[in-house]
Write a new protein. Structure first.
Length: 466
């Protein structure tokens, strides 16, 4: 321990400090000097000596003895409940109600928690579930348009409708939608029939089965036309949907339960649909909602640039134009870079361009001592700022051609001697006009002058009247 003794210390610390005081007193030190060395109040030391004689160095628990405190029998009953029901209830709240449920003890949950904490009793946490692994797509699937479809249902509460949307995973094209008040396998069958018809895949499906019959109990990986990805909704996992998918030569792939990121493609589409077209959420008429969804689908597929496919439209990617558009953009960027380099080489500056020149006029805060007139070019900038008790006016960047066109005229009052000074941070030309002396601490009265020169110092030039 170092520094001042804290307000509350345990009995062992008090006994150690008193032993040090006893050794100091036996060595001939006064008690006061020992307390000063230990940074301990003398009154406190005397009080501890008295309590040591009574064997009461330990402090009483804070809060005193409340009349509503738990009885020893109640604390023992709480501990007994923990031993019997702790593995079942796993919560101090449930354990408090378990005591009253069994007519054994009536206490609050906070009292149960406090008693268990003081007794170093802790509930065993529930075992964490194992981390699930995403099921990969089958090996026969090719990453190209019209090979992997995904579908899901989203809701528009204003119209009271559920919309089932089918999209292509590769091209991100929104294929079709079904607006209905129900969410059954019927809507799934209607949506897939419409999408297969739009994409021209129904003829391929009919050509695969001349007899018109398919054994739905056997999964043949060489038979599917495409892969349908979805979550584990009842309309997706129903027997009717499985039979329809088998008849259409479509394989099903389900994501992990409670893991919407396995269907991120369709979840993203639903999110953009409601965020970028908010009027759909306010539509109440189902017929109007169907018409608006058709318009939005056309805009989404043919106008909106999709980030996930390299900022081309889903129609371009679905019809095979996406790669050519992306390559054309890269070629255009390279041509623009070469064109800029050629222009820079042709218009190269053989001589360095003189940098911008700046001039400060430092003026005291009192405006009654002088009257300043500034005539600069129209394109110059004047920036004012307060620093301490002075105002700094900055005449901003001028080109080399207009440096000599800047004219500054100042007409100080007679009593305003030594109120101004000029500083020019670069080599300054001769300045015509009516100016005055401008040393750092000028005590000479301002006098008109026709020309001013420049005297260079280490970092700046000061204009000094000749």
């Amino acid at each position: 321990m170092s520094g001042r003794v804290p307000r509350r210390v345990d009995a062992a610390t008090k006994a150690g400090l008193l032993n040090l005081l006893d050794e100091a007193v036996d060595a001939g030190w006064p008690l006061r000097r020992g307390c000063v060395e230990l940074d301990l109040a003398q009154r406190r030391a005397h009080r501890w000596i008295t309590r040591r004689a009574r064997r009461q160095l330990a402090d009483h628990p804070p809060g005193g003895s409340p009349v509503h405190g738990l009885l020893p029998g109640e604390e023992a009953e709480i501990l007994a409940l923990f031993d019997e029901w702790g593995g079942t209830d796993r919560s101090h709240r449930k354990l408090a109600h378990r005591g009253s449920y069994l007519h054994r003890v009536w206490v609050s949950p906070s009292s149960v928690r406090r008693v268990l904490f003081l007794a170093d009793k802790h509930f065993r946490p529930l075992p964490r579930p194992g981390r699930s692994v995403r099921k990969p797509f089958p090996d026969w699937v090719e990453y190209k348009p019209n090979c992997i479809w995904i579908y899901d249902t989203t809701h528009f509460t204003a119209a009271g409708m559920a919309v089932l949307i089918i999209a292509d995973v590769v091209s991100r094209k929104w294929l079709t939608e079904i607006v209905s008040v129900e969410e059954t396998s019927t809507q799934v069958e209607l949506a897939f029939t419409d999408a297969l018809d739009r994409e021209g895949l129904l003829a391929d499906i009919d050509a695969r089965h001349d007899d018109g019959r398919v054994d739905v109990s056997v999964d043949d990986e060489h038979r599917p036309v495409l892969l349908a990805v979805s979550d584990n909704g009842p309309q997706m996992t129903s027997g009717s949907t499985r039979e329809f998918m088998a008849l259409c030569s479509i394989a099903q792939h389900f994501g992990r339960p409670g893991t919407p990121t396995d269907q991120a493609w369709i979840e993203t589409l639903n999110g953009h649909l409601k965020a970028e077209y908010p009027h759909l959420l306010a539509t109440r008429d189902p017929a109007t909602l169907r018409a608006e969804l058709a318009v939005v689908r056309e805009h989404y597929n043919s106008v909106r640039l999709h980030q996930g496919i390299g900022y081309v439209t889903p129609n371009d990617e679905h019809e095979g134009r996406g790669e050519a558009i992306r390559k054309a953009r890269q070629a255009g960027l390279e041509q623009s870079r070469l064109r800029r380099l050629a222009w820079r080489r042709q218009h190269r500056q053989d001589r360095p361009i003189p940098g911008p020149r700046r001039c400060w006029l430092i003026e005291r805060e009192s405006a009654s001592q002088s009257q300043t007139h500034v005539n600069a070019s129209a394109w110059g900038s004047v920036i004012g700022s307060m620093r301490g008790r002075r105002r700094i006016l900055r005449f901003g960047e001028q080109s080399a051609q207009r440096d000599r066109q800047l004219r500054i005229g100042v007409r100080p009052r007679a009593a305003a001697a030594g109120s101004y000074r000029w500083a020019w941070p670069c080599s300054s030309p001769s300045w015509p006009g009516s100016l005055w002396s401008c040393s750092t601490r000028c005590t000479r009265r301002a006098t008109p002058a026709s020309r001013y020169g420049c005297r260079r110092t280490s970092r700046a030039c000061r204009l000094v009247a000749r």
